[in-house]
Design a protein around this ligand. Sequence first.
Ligand code: SF4
Length: 365
Amino acid sequence: MAQAQSRLSLLDQALEAAASGARLSDDQALALLLEAPPHELAVLAHRARLAKNPAMIVTYAVDRNINTTNVCLSGCRFCAFFRPPGAPGGYVLSPEEIDRKIAETIALGGTQILVQGGLHPEIGVEETCRQIRRIKKNFNIHVHGLSPPEVVHMAAVDGMDIDQALDRLIAAGLGSIPGGGAEILVDSVRRRIAPGKCSGRQWLEVMARAHAKGLFTTATMMFGSLDGPAERIGHMALLRALQDQSLARGRGCFTAFIPWTFQPANTALAHLTPLTAVDYLRTLAVSRLYLDNFAHVQASWVTQGAKIAQLALLHGADDLGSTMIEENVVAAAGACFRLDRAEMIRLADDLGYQARQRDTLYRLL
Ligand code: SF4
């Protein structure tokens, strides 16, 4: 009974802190995630979203994911996209294929490409810099690319440290870094779902060094595999602390937080039951409240579909991500939602918001 009262009291404190805009402690965030009444949580998160982004707009980008290779040494247990080196079905895109995809993206009004791939045993920093230089020479497009595990891997292939790798990539034309490969940064979970990938500490180190060089990045969280609520809050705590460091230098270089749920189909964790829409929306809402130093939170229509993504706009999200002219990684795990620009406009419009195209750095176009 006494324990129930102390839990209740923590929840009350958490609701009060969230309502007043005070910074939430980890315990308070966990109490909200586990126990807050769903409607109250949504209202608080939406209010926090409006405090950060008061304009009645919902933003989106037009872009394309270009997955340069699916050959990967990492073998993450949650991934249905990769092929081990030498296995059938492995590919590396040719420069001509990459250029054709970029030309199509630009023709559709795209402003950025999200370039990511597997951890190919022979593709290092120098080879990637050659690709980026070619793209920047041929096209006027922002290159948002190379998640921290790729940077760590490519640096190792070429015998560089992280600073050298980032300096070369930035000089070649890398414009910003996506927050992919974060999954859950708490290593007790991370080691079980992605034993071949860089550690949570290395992921944070790449982002910290990128921020110190003035590069903007996003931050992601893939949840609902072997993590629980406490690990989700632990993950957000690491991101909030890093954004505080970035802000202390003058600007918060994490532009957005992008949470999505694990998609089990065709993965080594296919026996796990997918989270429900409520799990997704609660976690999203708590992220908006807890990550008080992040300006933007994205809805994940790619994993949730358009209708839940629309509801996400009432649970703290202010952005619909991008039209993703092409997406391969989540599709490999069985989620095949599509969302074009007209539908994005309709989703926002129905809520009384105007949908506005933005660039990678959230400037309206
Ligand atoms: S998630 Fe990325 S690093 Fe992990 S196996 Fe898939 S392609 Fe490789």
